[in-house]
Design a protein around this ligand. Structure first.
Ligand code: NAI
Ligand code: MG
Length: 366
């Protein structure tokens, strides 16, 4: 039986509530002989600040570096609004992303048939939707220099943000996208604004070159980012994998997310560079949602985004694609049976809590 080392960082608010369901699943997979999961559990975010005065400790970072994967719940909440900027809960998340070099953010947008009516689009446009957005996460306009606001005098100021991309940054994110497409429906849509941005021109050229050299068997198309946004709401099922820079990825992944219905359903993965010897990547898996202070402590949070994040870890870090498929099927079946937490229930539909949803997934796996 393969064995993996995990770091669990439940965090604040509903983070620990949804992580509790993942722990039960780890036990289930271990009992069935799928793999042995050895995990450490540590504080992060506001709860770490309360205990240690920082959003994540150096010792916890060391554990993160030494793990095969990090599972992250959520951080933040009004309780920590006044803490110093560098110690705010989100600083823990940002340090993890930066120190682990997690440059590739994978956000699947999957529309389960049972939830198609919760989408902002018509059922026939989204039923069975399965898109993977691959967003570059450590470069581009969010980090590029210069990044300034200058006083020009006369009541005028000038703000500058810089979109900066080097060849190697585009190459490595393109490779992640093509690799994923090979295991899916073999199509990559690369998006940028080469008509008005130099970085878009380079992006287009580098993706084209990586395709020609390394992945000629995958279908590649280029779409301008604005057109891609339009196509996402017009005919979303045309897409398989979409690869984009940090800024366009931020927007396009939020658009794709809403096509599927609820925040409580959306997992994500953030991957680092593959080790040249072992091929292993640093990786962190987390739900897209936050700590949901409005429902924290009530036992009603939807655990499916966190559970879906475990599914991504099984698939992308542990090579346990079959176990991941099993988990996805269990989720689809539980939804098809009409079991709903509050966030995904139709008006008047009966709801269940976090633990009951975990019970239902476990029963379905059995
Ligand atoms: P949020 O995602 O926590 O909540 C937005 C709304 O969705 C709330 O009404 C919440 O009850 C609901 N919701 C979210 N996840 C749910 C789930 N699993 N089941 C049922 N309902 C769910 O975003 P919000 O309210 O903007 O932020 C709350 C706190 O979380 C803030 O401190 C924010 O900074 C932090 N945050 C943290 C993130 C992270 O840790 N990655 C991401 C986003 C926000
Ligand atoms: Mg965003």
């Amino acid at each position: 039986m393969p064995s993996f080392k995990l770091l669990l960082l439940p965090g604040d608010g509903i983070g620990p509530e949804v992580m509790a369901e993942v722990k039960r699943l780890l036990v289930w997979f271990e009992k069935r002989g799928v793999a042995a999961f050895n995990y450490d559990e540590r504080l992060v975010g506001g709860s770490s600040y309360d205990a240690d005065g920082v959003a994540i400790t150096d010792a916890t970072m060391e554990l993160a570096h030494a793990s095969d994967a990090v599972l992250f719940g959520a951080v933040g909440g009004p309780k920590w609004d006044g803490v110093p900027y560098d110690a705010r809960p989100e600083a823990g998340l940002l340090r993890l992303r930066k120190d682990l070099g997690l440059f590739a953010n994978l956000r699947p947008a999957i529309c389960y048939p049972a939830l198609a009516d919760a989408s902002s689009l018509k059922r026939e446009l989204v039923e069975g939707l399965d898109i993977m957005i691959v967003r570059e996460l450590t470069g581009g306009v969010y980090f590029g220099e210069p990044k300034t606001i200058t006083d020009l005098g006369g009541g005028q100021k000038r703000a500058i943000d810089s979109q900066v991309y080097d060849t190697f940054e585009i190459e490595r994110i393109a490779r992640v996208a093509f690799d994923l497409a090979k295991k899916r429906r073999n199509k990559v849509t690369s998006t940028e604004k080469r008509n008005v941005m130099k970085s878009g021109l380079l992006w287009n050229q580098v993706v084209t070159e990586v395709h020609r050299r390394e992945f000629p068997e995958v279908e590649l198309e280029h779409q301008l980012a604005d057109a891609c946004g339009m196509q996402l709401v017009r005919r979303p099922k045309q897409f398989d994998v979409i690869v984009c820079d940090n800024l366009f990825g931020d927007m396009l992944s939020d658009i794709a997310a809403m096509l599927t219905g609820s925040l409580g359903m959306l997992p994500s993965a953030s991957l680092g560079e593959a080790d040249p010897v072992t091929g292993k990547r640093k990786a962190m898996y987390e739900p897209v949602h936050g700590s949901a202070p409005d429902i924290a402590g009530k036992g009603i949070a939807n655990p499916l985004a966190m559970i879906g994040s475990l599914g991504m870890a099984l698939r992308y870090s542990f090579g346990l694609g079959e176990a991941a498929d099993l988990l996805d099927t269990a989720t689809a079946n539980v939804l098809a049976k009409g079991l709903r937490t509050g966030d995904i229930a139709a008006p008047g539909q009966a709801t269940i809590g976090t633990t009951a949803m975990g019970d239902a997934i476990l029963a379905e796996l059995d």
